[in-house]
Design a binder for this molecule. Structure first.
Ligand code: GLC
Length: 463
């Protein structure tokens, strides 16, 4: 049901105006419609940006655009790519695509990272694509689309990359820097939480979508093994609360053997001072990253909220994450829901981690900026945990400013009061994020399109 409230009517109109048509059919939405700035690639349809818009369309019954998007992107996935003579493996989904003309004919030009700033690999795209395919099937009952050979092949390609052999001793997915929403160098290479949460949700969705023929069954078995071990790994080793911080604080280093306590050789001195004061007595979160000798203690919003939505976090952990958000509200939500990560890296750490990136200075953009698109994740997580009031509070804050500020991409400053230095205005996922949060507020049943209950099927690791 489309809203009668003027703010939401305005948002709805903006969302409709952002629709891209390909051969007269709607296929996606522009990232932004800011005519005051150079478009760069904001005139493209980004897979990750389209997700909240697609969920709004599905909820409102405009399912055709989502179907077209899924059909076109699965075709793009099969396009052969060559980057400086190198051919990446089949399975990747593009970061974005655009409608172009050649000899009077329209075609879709896709960027798989071969055109993107920094040549970042959009690993989240293929995971979001699976999550969206499940949502489409749930909303429409159109199981036949997912069962089509080209869709099954698309799924197999993605799963073969994600579940194929790696040089790895952990069940997490190893990725280069900038492989997700934070698509610039920000020290999110290795095993960043956001990718692990999307990987988990993507595997859960795949299990529902795969046709159980011989190849499908083999993949489902692999998925079940992997799901159990990811859950164990994340819930055990990524979890940070005062109790766990106390343990790390007293860790011994350089332990050898199977049953050691400090498995990843995290040195107590790597605990940043801010965290010892910031971590509340009650409350916790999943760390940003974990690898050999390295724990990224920063809080990343999308990964933590998606861990709640996908049930990657346990019920208890989900409650503690919401406790943290409530108790550190000024830092994490402030004047615009919500911070992409906390805290910002500054000074020498900024130089080393970002490569002195002028767009990612402290408390700006990916480095501690506030992103309104995160509102819908917060609303969903608040509803799943029965902490609705936190979602409503966030919504009330966002509602005051977004229209007046012309729907910015992100905000700057410790408390999110400044419109982002280089933020695009009329950013579609800002608009769609607000609409989706509102639709969820009105009817939490829509959560079932993209959320997952605690898993009972995977093979659990008994330790
Ligand atoms: C920026 C964001 C990225 C987003 C894109 C289009 O590059 O970092 O997450 O997909 O803009 O809005």
């Amino acid at each position: 049901m489309k809203s009668k409230n003027p703010l939401y009517e305005k948002a709805q109109k903006l969302l409709e105006e952002s629709i891209i048509y390909y051969r007269d059919r709607p296929v996606g939405t522009l990232a932004a419609r800011d005519f005051g700035r150079e478009a760069l690639n904001y005139d493209q349809c980004f897979i990750r940006d389209f997700i909240p818009a697609a969920l709004v369309f599905l909820i409102e019954g405009d399912t055709e655009i989502v179907r077209n998007f899924l059909v076109e992107t699965v075709t793009l996935q099969k396009q052969e790519r060559r980057i400086d003579c190198y051919q990446p493996p089949p399975g990747l989904m593009p970061a974005s695509f655009k409608v172009e003309m050649h000899q009077g004919e329209q075609y879709l030009d896709a960027d798989f990272g071969d055109q993107a700033i920094g040549r970042v690999t959009p690993i989240d795209s293929c995971l979001w694509w699976i999550i969206l395919l499940r949502a489409y099937v749930k909303a429409t009952g159109d199981k036949a689309l997912a069962r089509q050979p080209d869709f099954q092949e698309g799924l197999h390609f993605i799963l073969n990359i994600c579940l194929g052999p790696q040089f790895e001793m952990t069940p997490t997915l190893l990725v280069p820097d900038g492989a997700c929403m934070i698509d610039r160098r920000m020290g999110v290479d290795g095993y960043p939480l956001e990718i692990q949460a999307l990987f988990y949700a993507g595997l859960r969705a795949s299990r529902e979508l795969l046709v159980a023929d011989e190849k499908g069954k083999a993949l489902i078995q692999k998925i079940n093994n992997r799901l159990g071990s990811i859950v164990f790994h994340l819930r055990t080793y990524y979890w940070l609360d005062l109790k766990h911080l106390n343990q790390i604080h007293r860790y011994k280093g350089d332990e050898f053997g199977e049953s050691v306590v400090n498995k990843f050789n995290i040195y107590p001195d790597s605990i940043p001072y801010w965290l010892t004061e910031w971590i509340p007595d009650r409350g916790g979160y999943l760390a940003g990253n974990l690898g050999p000798g390295r724990m990224d203690f920063r809080f990343f919003a999308l990964g933590n909220l998606m861990a709640i939505i996908s049930s990657l976090a346990s019920e208890e952990q989900a409650q503690r994450i919401m406790d943290l958000i409530e108790q550190r509200w000024d830092d994490l939500v402030g004047r615009m829901p919500m911070k992409i990560c906390f805290p910002a890296v500054e000074g020498l750490a900024w130089q080393i981690i970002t490569g002195s990136d002028p767009k990612n200075t402290s408390w700006s953009y990916h480095n501690g900026g506030s992103w309104p698109v995160l509102l819908w994740f917060l609303m969903a997580a608040a509803q799943i945990t029965g902490r609705e009031e936190l979602g409503y509070r966030a919504m009330a804050i966002a509602q005051i400013r977004l229209a007046e500020d012309e729907w910015p991409e992100y905000y700057d400053g410790k408390n999110g009061r400044l419109i982002g230095k280089s933020a695009r205005k009329y950013q579609t996922w800002t608009v769609a994020g607000l609409l989706l949060a509102k639709l969820l507020q009105e009817n939490p049943h829509h959560l079932s399109l993209f959320a997952f209950e605690e898993d009972t099927e995977a093979s659990f690791c008994l330790i």
